[in-house]
Design a protein around this ligand. Structure first.
Ligand code: NAD
Length: 359
């Protein structure tokens, strides 16, 4: 049954396919851009420079300093580079870290962004930017940070190593999983969520076996886009809160943390969200959604334990305390004991366990 709901379409133009990078120049012109600053990480600088060459007279320069968690001092250096070359738009070529830098610049200046994602993080579809200063990460939601145009070019994702594709892909699935039981869930976002999960769950094992399988890479990028829309259009819950807390407190890698935590956070919420569980099970073709997601990560060869990605055992209680300190919405009320248990299981890499809510 369809009830009353609100759905806000976010204004963003998407160009999707293989070889679509070739349309970057035309897309910048479409935005009215005359001088484009290309943003990359140091690892993707060469790729950024060759894009610059293809932009010809529109190329104003490159800032190859994007890094994890969008540190404010990096943004300030990029801002200086932007002014020095009199850029009137930015082109972010890379994963969520590079997209984050473009958004941080847009937040401060309102500059237009052409975003060319090369991972499955999905940040390009959201009006959200997380920034770090003095070791503290804060998140801002502002329509100004949503990129105007996004070019998805499957060819650029072929170089994403299979291990990164696995964790980045499950990071994307996590957005769609929480969208299915969001407080502001709606049938349109849920359609995209289920389809996004289905596409990624089907494509990722193929990519793990054959990294350059173009059809699977296309399906994965399509799924990642849909999952990114989910993250941009509805609010998240326990899983994202836990990952944010764990990542920030113990400096854990973003996508890997999502991959480990997802089955456990979902198992915690399972008793209160039967419809979402049914849709996820259907999408991943498993009898139980949380066990199925655990099995998927295992099949992809991803790390399954927080202890294997840098979290100390002594951090379990601290993480449980933090997870229940700041109140936030979750379909199942926050119970410290059960949350501590799920973090302990995720720390040890055990399979997820669903325990019914306390009466
Ligand atoms: P990332 O952007 O940090 O990239 C990881 C590494 O992979 C980098 O060295 C990058 O240069 C390299 N890389 C990227 N694409 C590649 C490719 N195709 N081939 C080879 N190497 C490639 O990682 P990520 O997981 O994409 O992004 C994580 C960051 O994004 C986090 O800081 C996270 O908080 C943020 N994020 C934000 C949102 C949001 O809505 N604001 C959403 C998702 C993620």
């Amino acid at each position: 049954m369809i009830g009353t709901f609100t759905f806000e379409n976010l204004p963003c133009r998407v160009v999707f396919g293989s070889g679509t990078l070739a349309s970057a120049k035309a897309e910048i012109e479409r935005l009215g851009g005359k001088r484009a600053l290309v943003l990359t990480t140091p690892q993707q600088e060469a790729q950024g420079k060759s894009l610059g060459e293809a932009l010809g007279p529109l190329y104003a320069g490159i800032f190859p300093g994007a890094t994890m968690h969008t540190p404010v001092d990096v943004t300030e250096r990029a801002l200086a580079a932007m002014k020095a070359c009199e850029a009137d738009c930015v082109v972010s070529l890379g994963g969520g870290s590079t997209t984050g830098l473009g958004k941080a610049l847009a937040l401060r200046t309102g500059i237009n962004q052409l975003c060319i994602p090369t991972t499955y993080a999905g940040s390009e579809m959201t009006p959200i930017v997380g920034q770090t200063e003095h070791g503290l990460k804060t998140t801002v939601r502002d329509a100004a940070v949503l990129p105007e145009t996004v070019i998805y070019d499957v060819d650029l994702t072929l170089t994403l190593p299979a291990s990164l594709a696995a964790t980045s892909g499950i990071n994307a699935i996590a957005h769609a999983v929480e969208a299915l039981y969001a407080r502001d869930t709606n049938p349109v976002t849920s359609l995209m969520a289920e389809e996004g999960i289905r596409a990624l769950a089907r494509a990722l094992p193929v990519i793990a076996a054959k990294s350059d399988d173009r059809e699977a890479r296309t399906e994965a990028l399509y799924g990642a886009w849909l999952c990114g829309v989910c993250l941009g259009t509805v609010g998240m819950a326990l899983h994202h809160k836990l990952c944010h807390t764990l990542g920030g407190t113990f400096d854990l890698p973003h996508a890997e943390t999502h991959t480990v935590v997802l089955p456990h956070a979902l198992a915690y919420n399972a008793p209160t969200v039967p419809d979402a569980m049914a849709r996820i099970s259907r999408a991943i073709n498993a009898s139980d959604a949380s066990q199925g997601l655990y099995d998927l990560a295992k099949r992809l060869g991803a790390k399954l334990a927080l202890r294997d990605i840098g979290m100390p055992e002594s951090g379990i209680d601290k993480a449980a305390d933090l997870a229940v300190t700041n109140a936030y919405w979750n379909p199942r009320p926050l119970e410290r004991g059960a949350i501590r248990d799920l973090i302990a299981r995720a720390w040890a890499g055990e399979p997820p366990v669903t325990i019914k809510a306390a009466a």
